[in-house]
Design a protein around this ligand. Structure first.
Ligand code: 13P
Ligand code: SF4
Length: 348
């Protein structure tokens, strides 16, 4: 199987460049300018019957605005549910492209816009619909389970879609039905599911460019300085990092664990955008970024997804004025909806 490395590098560079420009602008904004911009966005949201559906990794200002305007800040599973169930006619999906596509698949009659249509995901990019079709053809008789971080065209070919919050439960269920399973595209999450369930799966070899960079040695070194710290890890991280975790889970599950576990200090191996919500959920606790540097480090993302960084107040305003629309073919929506509905109605 060959993976498309060059487009990934190109689009990563584009993401980094665009994020740097946007972040530069945001830093230049004065408080009165920001207040004015937020007021204008609020007016537009109301005028257009629109609601913001944001991921925890987006800019803190965007998360705060989503909360203040009746939108949601959530993990990818809750974003999908919220967008589907909310009565607004326009969903402003602040996240990455697969999240916008999921919202459109679940609410085809709604207008789905995004701050940037260039917000990709390295997992999605690693798994083209053509290569996935070949992967399936190479494994006849297998039940295909794909991560939510895939395009609509890959979902349309899958039996199941899962997010990290329910992947283990779904695979255990399929195991109980005697199914042979193929998994795409995150190899680390695939290894984690395999380790948790003891199910042998055929696993695609994609990775998240953010989580892949966390270093076990760096965490061990930090634990020497803060031996009382708990370790929270997203399962897109390498097995050596997961092995050090006090808790492994999706973004929402990590925030809940930060609140529930008895530690006052945490080392967190996921995108640092989550600190906004963690701090809000646990005001007295201290959160440290898990290290990405160390021997052999090639980090380009350093605990922050360059595509998530494309979600800033300015382009929320821009897309409300000049919509960056998610558009999908109606037949594709019908096909991709089936495995998504299976996930959403799964009672694990
Ligand atoms: P969650 O489903 O945990 O929000 O993860 C989405 C994601 O892209 C993590 O990198
Ligand atoms: Fe994709 Fe990783 Fe960014 Fe999540 S953090 S959207 S998995 S590249």
């Amino acid at each position: 199987m060959t993976l498309t490395v060059i487009p990934l590098q190109q689009t990563l560079q584009k993401g980094l460049d665009a994020a740097a420009i946007l972040t530069g602008h945001a830093l230049q904004m004065s408080l009165p300018q920001k207040t004015d911009l937020i007021a204008k966005i609020k007016d537009e949201l109301q005028r257009q019957n629109a609601v913001i559906v944001a991921h925890y990794y987006t800019d803190a200002d965007v998360q705060a605005l989503a909360e203040a305007t009746g939108g949601c800040v959530a993990d990818s599973l809750e974003m999908a549910r919220f967008g589907r169930d909310h009565p607004a006619s326009t969903l402003v999906v602040a996240g990455v492209r697969f999240m916008g596509e999921t919202a459109k698949i679940l609410s085809p009659h709604k207008r789905v816009i995004m701050p940037s249509l260039e917000a990709e995901c390295s997992l999605d990019l690693s798994c083209s619909p053509q290569a996935f079709a070949q992967f399936k053809a190479d494994h006849p008789g297998y039940t295909s389970v794909v991560y939510a971080n895939t395009s609509a065209a890959v979902k349309a070919q899958a039996d199941w879609v899962v997010t990290s919050s329910i992947a283990v439960k779904v695979v255990k269920f399929l195991q109980s039905q005697g199914e042979k399973i193929l998994w795409a595209p995150d190899r680390y999450l695939g290894d984690y599911i395999r380790q948790q369930t003891q199910v042998e799966m055929a696993i695609w070899s994609g990775a998240c460019i953010v989580h892949e960079e966390f270093k076990a040695q760096g965490i061990r070194d930090l634990l020497k300085i803060y031996p009382d710290a708990g370790v929270l890890v997203h399962p897109e991280s390498p097995a050596s990092v997961i092995a050090l975790a006090d808790f492994v889970g999706s973004t929402s599950q990590l925030i809940k664990a930060a609140h529930d576990l008895d530690f006052l200090r945490f080392i967190v191996a996921t995108d640092r955008g989550i600190f906004y919500k963690m701090q809000q959920a646990c005001p007295g606790k201290i959160f440290l970024e898990a290290p990405t540097a160390g021997n052999g480090a090639t980090c380009q993302s350093c605990a922050h997804c360059p595509w998530m960084a494309l979600n800033q107040l300015e382009n929320v305003m821009q897309t409300l004025r000049s919509p960056q629309l998610i558009e999908l073919d109606s037949e594709l929506i019908i096909q991709a909806r089936k495995p998504l509905d299976r996930m959403l109605s799964f009672q694990g």
